[in-house]
Design a binder for this molecule. Sequence first.
Ligand code: DON
Length: 564
Amino acid sequence: MKLHFKRSFFSLLAFIFLLTTSQLVAQTYAKNGMVVSANKASSEVGVEILKKGGNAIDAAVATAFSLAVTHPAAGNIGGGGFIVFMKTDGDVTTFDFREKAPLASTPTMFLGEDGKVKDNSNHDSLLAVGVPGTVAGLYAAHQKYGKLPWKDVVQPAVDQAENGFEFIWSLYFTAQRFKKATEYPLMVSYFDDDNGEITEPGKLWKQKALANTLKHIRDKGRDGFYKGEVAQKIEDYMKANGGIITKEDLAKYDAVERKAVKGTYKGYDIYGMPPPSSGGATLIQMMNTMELVDWETIEFNSTSYVHVVAEAMRRGFADRAEYLGDPDFNPEMPVDKLISKAHAKNRFENLDMKRASVSDSVKFGHPYDGKDTTHFSVIDKDGNAVSLTYTLEHGYGVKMGSKELGFIFNNEMGDFNAVPGVTTSGYQIGTPPNLIAPEKRMLSSMTPTIVGKNGKPYLVIGSPGGRTIINTVFQTTLNVLEFNMRIDKAIEAMKIHHQWFPDVLTYEKHLMSPDTKKALEAMGHKLSARTSLGVLMGITFDTETGIITGASDSARPDGGAVGY
Ligand code: DON
């Protein structure tokens, strides 16, 4: 009896300690499960599903649909993305629900007579829309691994869209911007209340048309989107406004379960997304390079640290540009070679610790690396973990869509190499693996990642940020595995970015010392400052204590780690 009392007394103390600490620091602790996403209300939706007995996949599906309501800049049903899923037994699989090029697309579809991309049409026209994959991907993952009924995991998003959720300031600012953007009729009134005014912060924002579309998906599964009324309305909208996606495109779309790419770092297992994302392979290649570094001689954030990390990035991105694309169209891609320890050793050999390498002008970069993709991480009480990143490409995608359907289409076709054969030392890549072809998936940088330790999840992490995604996930992973940082510190620590071309080393303003900057410039690096890099949403799991720790990047104040 006494012992029993003592035990509960100490449990209470521990609980109060955890409660208070979780309010004092940027971390959240839990024992049974957690969701960390870019919108706290959506993290709560996911955790409610866990509490109802759902597993990590159920919670991920519910969170993803919810973010399509609460975070429409990137949360979506009109875009695509990737899931990395670690099961209780330590086995890892992935789901590829990247958008596909429509059947009527061609390699030169965006070019004008001068051979250049016409009027930014690969991003700013309905031709830029890839066949959406999100609903098919979430459905496929749920069919195979979900526990709760499909309807139960879609319903919370229907409720949020139908009954409204608290309109947050970030949406309010965006709404004001779009009010004047008459070229995007859907967006002008997207955030309005019933009186046709922008919803006031703190009031409920309702999205009736989106709620109706979500009901079709809730009631009919993937067919609720890819067939029937919704598919017909998508085709009608496309036809009426110059798009090329048809009901046939939608009916033919498939999400694919693929084998994860796997690497190791000093005893940890790193699992990532295989192509058509370049994220997993490039991350593993760079981590392999880091394994060759003598960390006894290099301080975190020192000049040598920044130099060696940047050089690993330069090499990783050079290979990415040369080799990677949709595996269904590039059967010979040397992914196994790229992620091998031997390849990293080769790449490390010509790395001069005193001098920046020069990016040669055959491999290239990409101009867009905003923050409007979204990542979330989930873990459940049985140790299932989900790392999910999905996107519309730009913030609010192509900013177009049918008012009747209430969702926004992606502009993911912009991720293909638009000008075949033309590669410049600026941003343009024209290499073959990522040229447009009907039903091909465009190369991505999304890097949902799970690090395992002894067959259990150890770190679940990912970020938005275009090409910077690979590098911010890489550095956060290194921070946890090599420097033993707490997850919040690992997320907030200074990030840099190098993508081979343009040959520029980007760093987070205010976080690099003037001395380091000078020393790096003297080594030949061309520096460029950026307010921040990455919006990381991460979970770590302590296999000994069973404590789950989560943190959401301060770059996204609406985000939240919610556990129970
Ligand atoms: O798949 C990709 O790599 C890009 N479409 C992601 C775009 C992105 O991350 C934009 N904002 N963060």
